[in-house]
Ligand binder design. Sequence first.
Ligand code: PSU
Ligand code: MN
Length: 301
Amino acid sequence: MIPIYYSGEVANARANGQPIVALESTIITHGMPFPQNVETARMVEADVRKAGAAPATIAVLDGQLHVGLEALQLDALGQAENVAKLSRADIAACIATGGTGATTVAATMIAAHLAGIHVFATGGIGGVHRGAETSFDISADLQELAQTPVTVVGAGAKAILDLPKTFEVLETLGVPVIAFRQDMLPAFWSATSDIPAPLRMDSAADIANAHKTRIAMGLSGGQLVANPIPAEAEIRPAALRPIIAQALNEAEKRGIGAKAVTPFLLGRMFELTDGQSLRANIALVRNNATLAAQIAVALLK
Ligand code: PSU
Ligand code: MN
């Protein structure tokens, strides 16, 4: 095992057998602008605490794998430049070479699992990009959900993606996709899409039981909980459609590829919606943090 550096709060929760929720850091470094990124990260941690769990924001700092960041570390990460975006392919290399990087959904799942954490809250997972039939751009988040036993709470997959293909791949990989308290899948900034949810659950206890049952059956991989954005914060699909089209068009014209695609598209969405997409993003991550903490609490009952 590699050494893991726990924050005081997470070390304490581990020592006392208290619930812990993992949080990713790519959303801080690549998903939102400063200072809203740091403010959001702090609010999300507070939401987890309020619901009875300890927040464990995960990142690699100078080659050390941190599970739980102290306040000053979080502030520094939120303002640092040239932080790497770490997925399954990059995280070991970053640790081995003493680098600093923020973890995506895939890398956060890996670190959470190493630290014995079962539940993780994010904004929305990566997935199959539009045009993937020519670009082959499919997020490593999907494969990770298929192999690492962590329950991930997100507002579905980001609507800049090809959502039907994303959920098709998750089905192929055998990943349970559970809509929370509705029959349709949410679409990140919008509370609903026109895609029926494969599974629906209405309580954190049911989601926790399903997580335990999968482990008891020896099934590899995690679950994706698709938690709709609160209605008052959502942006309607009809309003989003032309904006997403414009952002995608610009990405193509500018030849944005690989890891830069998602940060570029999210950044353009913020600009093109005059900050409305950022406000929605903040609301949905906080909502996910609360549900993730409720699941972590239920898992210990
Ligand atoms: N959720 C957000 N904002 C983000 C992300 C998720 O609200 O920036 C990040 C996650 O870290 C996710 C990544 O794993 O985007 C997907 O990147 P890619 O498409 O390159 O795999
Ligand atoms: Mn990609």
